[in-house]
Design a protein around this ligand. Structure first.
Ligand SMILES: C[S@@+](CC[C@H](N)C(=O)[O-])C[C@H]1O[C@@H](n2cnc3c(N)ncnc32)[C@H](O)[C@@H]1O
Length: 186
């Protein structure tokens, strides 16, 4: 999965500011889809605004696989996870999703999140195809894209690319400032 538009590191830090929770409550956004023991994937996790809440939702028996292309953001994520006592629930990976498949994690993931990341990826088809491979049958992917960066017609193309991979559209959740879609495998 290649990218030439990854957001600047300072934006990644900014995204973890606590005031964002007032607009993007992780509990409200993720709670309906994630439960104890699940294996989850946070694609483009940055410093873990959603990864840490995911780790709380899945509990000690669950796992959050966190993937990003920016090492500094992942260092910050590891620090935040250690401070929160959640590091053991995270599997933090630098780079794309292909190595996860090579490691035999295909078909293992219950829920994946791609929040404000698809528009930064050059080949969204490859991203969707890799997430599809990693999900279990019946697993779900929540995609949310920032309205200010992604016009409606581009989002329609994004959803089309996901459906071409095999995903089915479940719903269009209402998440402030975003265009969002919940997709499922099978
Ligand atoms: C706008 S930030 C969103 C971060 C996080 N999802 C959030 O909502 O707080 C996008 C993130 O996606 C990462 N990213 C961009 N291209 C990527 C790729 N091909 N694979 C994994 N992460 C990527 C960037 O490095 C950046 O941390």
């Amino acid at each position: 999965m290649s990218t030439s538009h990854a957001c600047p590191v300072w934006v990644g830090y900014l995204l973890a500011n606590p005031f964002r929770k007032l607009v993007h409550s992780p509990g409200r956004i993720l709670g309906p889809y994630v439960s104890t023991g699940m294996w989850t994937l946070d694609v483009g996790c940055a410093t873990g605004f959603f990864s840490l809440p995911l780790a709380r939702l899945v509990g000690a028996s669950g796992r959050v696989i966190c993937v990003d292309v920016q090492p500094k953001l992942l260092e910050a994520l590891r620090r935040r996870a250690r401070r929160a006592g959640l590091a053991e629930r995270l599997d933090v990976r630098l780079g794309g999703l292909h190595p996860l498949i090579a490691d035999g994690l295909d078909g293992r993931v219950d829920f994946a999140l791609a929040f404000a990341v698809v528009h930064e990826v050059d080949d969204s088809g490859a991203l969707f195809s890799d997430v599809y491979a990693l999900l279990k049958s019946g697993g779900q992917l929540l995609v949310a894209e920032p309205k200010g960066r992604v016009p409606e017609e581009e989002f329609v193309k994004t959803v089309h690319a996901a459906k071409t991979t095999g995903f089915a559209q479940v719903s269009t959740p209402c998440i402030a400032g975003t265009r969002a879609v919940l997709l499922s495998k099978g």
